[in-house]
Design a protein around this ligand. Structure first.
Ligand code: SAM
Length: 221
């Protein structure tokens, strides 16, 4: 992906990935993931309404998003006037109504206190295969040992379409050393994604995983 890819998408309003509703898998599976968890990390968060849903259920939400215009739009569209403050990792955050949004590169984000949960929808699949191991390693470093997360991935034949979203198989997820992986659901979502069908995707499936951070990476004893 070229530098500026996401900036151009936000600048030109080409944000077909953004949903006007809360993701059904979040409503359905979050209780099985979060338990009594308080703090939730949402990497590559865009302006997803899912963060509002989480905050309205009492979670303190931290989202990290490259594009500041997305962060500002999230609060503006919610009718919340955030205050800005500096963070110890050198980034800033906009804070309002229990949501902390960090405009910046997720790979530069270092939480002071590791969140005990995470939510990845359209984050891992936004990244090409070459970046995904680093993303998962950084995510693992950011959250507490034992932290659980919900991860939603697309599956399709890579010959059909260029990402993003990129297809991520269960085998790829299981090969990483940081998280235990449990598939909670898998279903055909072709009819729900006409814009991806127009780009060539056929047989599009969405898989929902519960990810549990190992105490130490698998294979390191
Ligand atoms: C496909 S969108 C998904 C947004 C959101 N998760 C949702 O469900 O609507 C991916 C987002 O990740 C952001 N992004 C890409 N690379 C990033 C990075 N290195 N750090 C932070 N955000 C990033 C993009 O700007 C874009 O808004």
């Amino acid at each position: 992906m070229k530098p500026g890819f996401w900036r151009d998408r936000w600048q030109n309003g080409e944000i077909g990935f953004h949903r006007d509703d809360v993701h059904p898998a979040l409503e359905r599976f979050w209780p099985a993931v979060a338990g009594g968890a308080a703090t939730v990390l949402v990497p590559l968060c865009g302006k997803t309404l899912d963060m509002r849903w989480l905050a309205e259920r009492g979670h303190t939400v931290t989202g990290v998003e490259l594009e500041r215009r997305a962060v500002e739009a999230f609060f503006r569209e919610w009718g919340v006037d955030p205050r800005e403050r500096e963070r110890t990792d050198g980034l800033v955050e906009l804070v309002g109504a229990g949501v902390h949004l960090v405009p910046g590169d997720f790979f530069a984000f270092r939480p002071d206190i590791a969140p005990d949960c995470f939510y990845d929808r359209a984050a891992l699949v936004a990244l090409p295969e070459s970046m995904r191991p680093d993303y998962l390693a950084h995510l693992a470093r950011c959250v507490a040992p034992g932290a659980q997360g919900l991860l939603i991935a697309f599956e399709y034949d890579p010959a059909d379409m260029d990402g993003p979203p990129f297809p991520v198989t269960e085998a790829e997820l299981r090969a990483q050393p940081w998280f235990a992986v449990e598939c909670l659901d898998r279903r055909d979502v072709t009819a729900e994604n006409p814009q991806l069908v127009d780009r060539g995707a056929r047989g599009l499936r969405e898989a929902v995983y519960r990810m549990t951070r190992f105490d130490r990476p698998r294979g390191t004893g």
